[in-house]
Structure formats: structure tokens, C-alpha cells
Design a protein around this ligand. Structure first.
Ligand SMILES: Nc1ncnc2c1ncn2[C@@H]1O[C@H](COP(=O)(O)OP(=O)(O)OP(=O)(O)O)[C@@H](O)[C@H]1O
Ligand SMILES: [Mg+2]
Ligand SMILES: [Zn+2]
Length: 511
């Protein structure tokens, strides 16, 4: 007998329909042959599926069983086909009447006792099932809420194989899980931190506001405990609120990485990712073996925070060039390349020297000047080229810390950021640039015209302060953003002079 069920495979951030056919034939020997899956996956899946079927009180055909996963050219990896394969095998060996399987899509890993285990990437699967016109999706119970945000699709969360099969043979009713996407989005948009918590640090806060307003990357330099991590964690709270589409984009990535659970089934706030400096290239960019997005993609639409920047391997930092440039990352592998989104704001932090107290009035720095220089040279030049602002974050004084007055709340800063962003949107229209940081040289000529006074300021900075040549363009772009925040059409000298301040690492006197 022939039975047919539907499932889906995730490739990149999208899922594709997979058809699973099971055919039974007479044979003296009882064998199960699986075609359309990679060898290792076949063997593992076959063992799990047959054991789970037996332990659930069912049987499969005594004779030859052929399981075919189609189309052959869709790369199928991971254990999520266990459940549909098992259902199709039981169906092919029984005479029971099944629901119309054309309407259903199924994913789930099986444990040997027949329990259904959660799988990764359920949201892209649900979106694909909805698009393919399926009426219902059967997923592991733990993934049900994650999938239920897709409208027009009944999502059933199942605990085990027996429950699933009884539902499909009309022997057991199941209620679909309901989730209201808009309500879920609205209810979860608030951050649990706020800039109001940060005392003092006016200079750093201003630099952060400028960076976010123009889409610039940022480096913070300061002694231990000065609040670099605290400030970074609050950057997402002043970025423009995410749109629903952006939230779905990032939720898809987190779904594929298995970061969601029953409690956090939808990502409605911008992600803040802070990988440790020991992270591998694959962990940062994405893995090649069983392709999963890396930290750069988990930070999509949010902040990627690299704390203790000089501790990162140089090679690790250099591989970040592609995502920083293109807003996405391509992972090449034997079976073909795969692209994940990676549009994030890079925020890095470092101490001024190995001991951390260089330039700190409260504590003496114990490092020799060559040690300081060596420490700073560990940051890769190409990466530094993509960071428009460097800001010093000095330790806050006791008076500031003990002061009662709260800092300015995120909401007020965000309003200014948004106003500056809408100026940029109007300016760039449909061109590739979405913000000042992404201006082309042609656009810079057009939009960052300097008057004589500003020209002179910049000339002095480059020639007398010995700024590196790369500083020139960065200063212009940041000056443009500062002017936008002030609502000025033209870039003025004060904008340039403030932008020059944010080039700490270019100042020769500092090194
Ligand atoms: N401006 C501030 N206002 C309020 N609290 C602050 C401020 N700066 C620091 N703190 C307090 O000090 C703690 C340490 O700050 P944080 O961890 O952000 O420092 P850091 O610069 O990241 O240090 P390190 O270099 O050791 O990583 C914070 O958790 C916070 O409680
Ligand atoms: Mg820190
Ligand atoms: Zn030191």
C-alpha cells in the first residue's frame, strides 16, 4: 500500500515543502529502505522511527517498506522528519481511514519511547505551510506557540506519536493552539532596561545617540566598571521600534537556532547579542555542518556587542567584514552555499590598556607604553575601518553615582533618533543607502558639503592631530548625522568639531 504525508525542510531562513511517500511490498525479509536523506541521517532516523513505532503499540509492514523523501534536490537535514515518516509507515501498514493528508504538514523528532521532541525552525515551516495552502500543521507541543502566529493555519501541538496518529484517524480530538500575532507583538515590545538607569555619562550617551541616529558602528573605551556593558545593553531601547515584518524576520532566525521556547515564542524587541571573545568563526558567522545562523544573524535588526575587543582573534574580526558590508552572510559548503541575514549595529568595548587604568585619574596604570601600543594594535585595521565613532567612557564619580536625579529616559532619546532617521529616509529615497553610515562617496559629495570654516577644522585635524586618512570620510558621515539630529540642512563647523571628538583612536597623542 502507498501512503503520502507532507513535511518541510528549512534552508537558510526559509522552509520548503517535502513530500514523504511510503510504499509497502511483499518480501520474505522485513526491511525499511529510506531514499532522499543523507546516509547518516537515514540510518539514525530509521532506527528512531521503527523503535518509536513499536514502543507506541503500532507495527509497520512485515516485508519491504520504501520511504521516499521528495524532491530529491531539496537538502534535508536534521531529525524533524521522524514524525511524518512514522505516521506514513503506520498508515501504510494499517487499514484505518486517515484525514485528508494533503491538508496537513508535520514536523517532529521522535524519542525511542514515542515521545515527540521539539525541533528547530518551526516558524519558517509554519510560514511555508501557510503559503502552500495547508490547513493545518502538526508540531511538537513545545513548538506550538512559535508556529501559531501564522494566520489561517491550525497548529496542533502533540506530545507523542500515539496521540498524533489517533488524531489523524479521527480517534482523538485535538484543539488547535491560538496565538494572536498583533497582540503578542504589542505585549512584548517593552525592554526591561532603560537609559534612565544610567547616571552621568553625558558624553557617552550623546555619542551613542549619534551612532544610532546615523546607523554608525561604535567603539567604547574605558576602565573596568565604567559602565560600558551597561550602556551597550540599552542601545536597542533607543533604536526605532521594530516593525512587525522585522520582528518576524528575527524570530525566524531565532526559531532556526532553537532559541525560542513556550514562554518566549516571539521576538518583539531588538536582539542584543554578546558573544564571548573565545567564540569560533563558525559560532560568529554561522555553522557549515548543519547550517545554523551565527551570532551576526542572531543580532539581525539589533546590536552585536563585542566586549573586550582586543581579546578577539584577529582572524575572527576579519571575517566580520562581509556581514558588516553587505548586511548578510553567505556560508559556502560542499552542498551549496546558504545566506542568512545579518544587519546589525556593531558595538565594541575595550579597556584603554591591558590593566585597564590608562588615563584614569583614580588609579595608576601599570602598563609600559609598548604594552599599551601592542594591546591596541590587536584590533584589526579593516574592522576599525568600519567603526565610525570611538568614545571614551571614563569612570563615573561618586557624586554622579549617588545623585538622585534620574537620567533621560530611552523614550525621549528614541524620539530624536527617529526624527533624524526620517530626515535620512527622505534624503536617500530609494537609493541603496538607508542611513548616513551607508552613504556612497557620490552621496557624500552631494550631502556633506562643507563650508570654509569646517574645511579648515578638518584640515587641522588631519594634518596637525595626525589623524589617519581613514578618519576623513568617517568624520564627514558622523557630522552629517549630528546636523540631522539638530535639524540642520547644511553641515556646520560645530557638527564637524563634535565628529572629530569621536575619533579617539586616530589621535596620535592618545597612542
Ligand atoms: N553611569 C552609571 N550609572 C549607574 N550605574 C553605573 C554606572 N556606571 C556603572 N554603573 C554600575 O557599575 C556596574 C558595572 O558597570 P559595567 O559592567 O557596565 O562596566 P564595564 O565598563 O562594562 O566594566 P568592564 O570593563 O569590567 O567590563 C553596573 O552594573 C552598574 O551597576
Ligand atoms: Mg563590561
Ligand atoms: Zn594599564
Amino acid at each position: 500500500m502507498l501512503s503520502q504525508v507532507f513535511s518541510a525542510a528549512v534552508i537558510g531562513v526559509d522552509a520548503y515543502e517535502v513530500e514523504i511517500e511510503v510504499n509497502t511490498a511483499n518480501s520474505i525479509k522485513t526491511v525499511v529502505v529510506v531514499v532522499g536523506l543523507p546516509d547518516v541521517a537515514v540510518k539514525e532516523s530509521r532506527d528512531r522511527v521503527t523503535t518509536a513505532i513499536a514502543n507506541s503499540g503500532y507495527y509497520w509492514h512485515q516485508g519491504r517498506t520504501t520511504v521516499n523523501l521528495a524532491p530529491a534536490d531539496v537538502k534535508k537535514e536534521g531529525p524533524s522528519f521522524d514524525l511524518p515518516i512514522a505516521v506514513a509507515m503506520i498508515a501504510a501498514a494499517q487499514e484505518k481511514e486517515l484525514r485528508d493528508m494533503q491538508d496537513y504538514c508535520m514536523v517532529g523528532e521522535l524519542a525511542l519511547n514515542g515521545a515527540v521532541r521539539p525541533v528547530k525552525g518551526v516558524l519558517p515551516v509554519a510560514i511555508a505551510a501557510g503559503r502552500a495552502g495547508k490547513k493545518a500543521l502538526i508540531v511538537p507541543e513545545a513548538n506550538a506557540r512559535e508556529a501559531a502566529v501564522v494566520e489561517g493555519l491550525n497548529v496542533y501541538g502533540v506530545k507523542n506519536l500515539r496521540e498524533t496518529f489517533e488524531f489523524l484517524t479521527w480517534e482523538r480530538p485535538l484543539a488547535p493552539v491560538r496565538e494572536n500575532l498583533t497582540a503578542l507583538f504589542e505585549a512584548n515590545r517593552r525592554y526591561d532596561v532603560d537609559f534612565g538607569d544610567v547616571k552621568g555619562q553625558q558624553h557617552a550617551k550623546r555619542a551613542i545617540e549619534v551612532a544610532v541616529a546615523g546607523g554608525h558602528n561604535l567603539l567604547m573605551i574605558g576602565p573596568p566598571g565604567s559602565g560600558k556593558s551597561m550602556l551597550s545593553k540599552r542601545i536597542c531601547t533607543i533604536m526605532p521600534p521594530m516593525t512587525l515584518e522585522e520582528a518576524i524576520d528575527i524570530t525566524k532566525v531565532h526559531s532556526i537556532c532553537g532559541l525560542l521556547d513556550g514562554k518566549h515564542s516571539f521576538v518583539a524587541t531588538r536582539p542584543f547579542r554578546s558573544p564571548h571573545h573565545t567564540i569560533s568563526d563558525a559560532g560568529l558567522l554561522g555553522g557549515t555542518a548543519n547550517p545554523t545562523p551565527g551570532e551576526v544573524s542572531m543580532a539581525h535588526h539589533g546590536v552585536l556587542f563585542l566586549d573586550e575587543l582586543p581579546e578577539f582573534k584577529r582572524s575572527t574580526l576579519e571575517v566580520m567584514r562581509q556581514p558588516l558590508e553587505d548586511g548578510r552572510v553567505t556560508i559556502s559548503r560542499a552542498a551549496g552555499s546558504m545566506t542568512f541575514p545579518a544587519e546589525f549595529m556593531l558595538v565594541a568595548a575595550m579597556n584603554p590598556c591591558p590593566c585597564g587604568y590608562y588615563g584614569d585619574p583614580r588609579r595608576e596604570c601599570k602598563c609600559g607604553s609598548s604594552a599599551v601600543q601592542k594591546y591596541r594594535q590587536r584590533i584589526s585595521g579593516p574592522l576599525l575601518d568600519r567603526i565610525d565613532l570611538h568614545v571614551e567612557v571614563p569612570a563615573v564619580t561618586y557624586n554622579e553615582l549617588s545623585g538622585k536625579s534620574p537620567g533621560e529616559p530611552s523614550e525621549a532619546i528614541r524620539a530624536r533618533v527617529q526624527a533624524a532617521r526620517s530626515v535620512q529616509q527622505t534624503r536617500f529615497g530609494k537609493s541603496n543607502a538607508s542611513c548616513n553610515a551607508r552613504m556612497s562617496s557620490k552621496q557624500m559629495k552631494e550631502h556633506c558639503h562643507l563650508n570654509e570654516e569646517s574645511e579648515e577644522l578638518l584640515r587641522v585635524a588631519i594634518s596637525d592631530l595626525h589623524f589617519s586618512a581613514r578618519a576623513y570620510d568617517r568624520i564627514l558621515k558622523v557630522a552629517r548625522t549630528i546636523a540631522d539630529l539638530a535639524g540642520r540642512e547644511k553641515v556646520e563647523a560645530e557638527d564637524v568639531s563634535e565628529a572629530i571628538q569621536y575619533r579617539t583612536l586616530d589621535r596620535n597623542l592618545w597612542v
